[in-house]
Design a binder for this molecule. Structure first.
Ligand code: ADP
Ligand code: ADP
Length: 231
């Protein structure tokens, strides 16, 4: 993993009276799982999307592994930051293998290297490569789609993984199972993970530290689950 530092990060959407994210500063250690928990609309997704530059900040700086990435070429940033979202966000017209290969292809990996990496990743997330690589997303259950979404986010082996309610759209039993798998995976991979949820139980289960956010992503608390539960 790599450390993440947010310094006075701000986003004001055009035409909005209030910033969606207002002056947020935070330090996340390498290899740490930090969970953002807070009500709908408090700016969790906006913050995450600024870290991978799907949204341009209107103020502040972002550093990953000590390097300022606020103005880095977004394609180059894909090597550093993987992204997994609710409902997996797989492209329906692309197979599982093609979905997983998007970022490696974008950054110029050879076909054999991408193929080998895809097999490895499907294995890692518990899907049989021979059975699943040629399937389309509609031929997968919700839980299987989420697994592919996580594999895709890990494809180029980025030190940082951003997960925006990645298990929000699956049933409670599958969600519990995927949470366990993520904890197991993290034990092997040591990524720096920022995980967004509105589910406090999920935050407690997964997080090394939890950032409790209020409106405009103001940080109300930022501490370990144990400390937050006793406060
Ligand atoms: P959360 O992820 O915590 O639910 P969001 O980051 O999605 O919150 O949204 C934060 C605020 O920014 C909300 O008030 C939302 O309406 C607003 N917002 C989100 N995306 C846009 C956009 N593209 N244009 C204008 N306002 C937006
Ligand atoms: P879940 O219980 O997670 O909702 P589903 O009922 O969607 O799972 O699917 C059960 C199994 O059937 C899964 O292994 C899934 O991959 C497979 N499956 C579902 N739809 C298709 C399809 N259209 N083609 C091939 N296999 C499918």
């Amino acid at each position: 993993g790599a450390s993440i530092e947010l310094e006075n990060l701000t986003k004001r959407y055009p035409g909005s009276a209030q910033p969606a994210v207002d002056n947020v500063s935070m330090q996340i250690k390498a290899g740490e799982v930090v969970v953002f928990v807070g009500p709908s609309g408090c700016g969790k997704s906006t913050t995450l999307k600024m870290i991978n530059r799907l949204i341009e900040p209107t103020g502040g700086r972002i550093r990953i592994g000590g390097e300022d990435v606020t103005d880095m070429d977004p394609v180059k940033l894909r090597r550093k930051v993987g992204y997994a979202i609710q409902s997996a966000g797989l492209f329906p017209h692309m197979t599982v293998a093609q979905n997983i290969g998007i970022v490696p292809k974008m950054i110029g990996w050879s076909k054999p290297r991408i193929r080998e990496r895809t097999e490895e990743l499907l294995d890692l997330v518990g899907l049989d490569a021979a059975e699943f690589r040629g399937r389309y997303p509609r031929q997968l259950s919700g839980g299987q789609q989420q697994r592919v979404g996580v594999a895709r986010a890990l494809a180029a082996d980025p030190p940082v993984l951003l997960m925006d309610e990645p298990f929000g759209a699956v049933d409670p039993i599958t969600r519990d199972h995927l949470q366990d798998e993520l904890i197991r995976l993290q034990y092997e991979l040591h990524k720096t993970i920022v995980f967004v949820t509105h589910d406090f139980d999920e935050a407690i289960k997964i997080g090394d530290r939890i950032a409790v956010l209020r409106e405009r992503s103001h940080i109300a608390q930022f501490d370990t689950p144990e400390a937050i539960l006793t406060n």
